[in-house]
Write a protein that binds this ligand. Structure first.
Ligand code: CTP
Ligand code: CA
Length: 225
């Protein structure tokens, strides 16, 4: 199917996608961050727009062009991402959390640049927990019938870890990637299994992030119908 021929199966729907990776500042020039490129989240936003959805893309530090026809909300930290996602989710039919959200942030922010001092060892960095946006949205379900989707990168027993995480988060679908040598970060391709709270398991073969995005929206559209 050419992209122009895609079914408009998300027409009239509002979907929220988070993408990229949060950055947690230590001082005006430094942050704790992660290697998420944002490519998978942007592919999800483009795919949903092509299928007729109104799309809000909450973009955390992704150096990517704004997709056409998509409402982009730029954010920096996990706390900012939470605020933007919760606001957009209020009237959303689906929320897809593709962003890599930092689990912790520095306990304190130094308003001036942290300097080294002669003959002195650096102070340890104290961290505190960030809010779990996915678990919060899935727990509160701001709108009835809303479909909530998470992403997880796992090693070792990928499926068992994914099942446990799906249950813990309370979401409807969890896209599980196996991370390893050639896999995932910054790459153009992806390979995954989409686990459903209904027990379903949808393998997505190694391929472009657009193909994974289309499969996610297929599964979301089924659940919205
Ligand atoms: N997530 C979130 N808020 C957080 C952390 C994660 O909303 N503070 C979301 C991510 O966007 C993703 C899903 O939860 O969709 C799974 O993220 P992951 O880091 O795998 O889950 P964690 O519960 O943080 O588990 P782990 O300890 O394995 O990192
Ligand atoms: Ca995490």
């Amino acid at each position: 199917l050419a992209r122009g021929d895609l079914a408009q199966d998300l027409a009239g729907r509002h979907v929220v996608v988070s993408a990229g990776g949060t950055r947690e500042p230590l001082d005006p020039v430094r942050f704790l961050g992660n290697r998420s490129s944002g490519k998978q989240g942007y592919a999800l936003a483009r795919s949903a727009a092509a299928r007729g959805a109104r799309v809000t893309l909450v973009a955390a530090n992704a150096a990517l062009p704004d997709p056409a026809g998509v409402d982009v909300v730029p954010v920096g930290t996990a706390v900012q991402l939470r605020e933007a996602v919760i606001k957009a989710a209020a009237d959303a039919d689906a929320v897809v959390m593709a962003a890599a959200v930092a689990d912790f942030r520095p306990e304190t922010y130094a308003t001036g640049k942290i300097k080294k001092k002669d003959g002195q060892e650096p102070a340890p960095i104290a961290l505190v927990r960030n809010p779990d946006v996915l678990a919060e949205i899935a727990g509160e379900r701001p709108r009835p019938g809303q479909v909530i989707v998470g992403f997880a990168a796992e090693t070792d027993d990928v499926l068992a870890n994914g099942r446990a995480k799906l249950a813990r988060k309370g979401c409807d679908l969890l896209v599980v990637n196996e991370v390893g040598e050639r896999k995932t970060f910054g790459s153009e391709e992806n390979e995954a299994v989409v686990l459903g709270a209904d027990g379903s398991e949808t393998p997505v073969p190694h391929g472009p992030k657009e193909a994974l995005a289309d499969t996610v929206w297929d599964l979301v559209a089924q659940r919205l119908a």
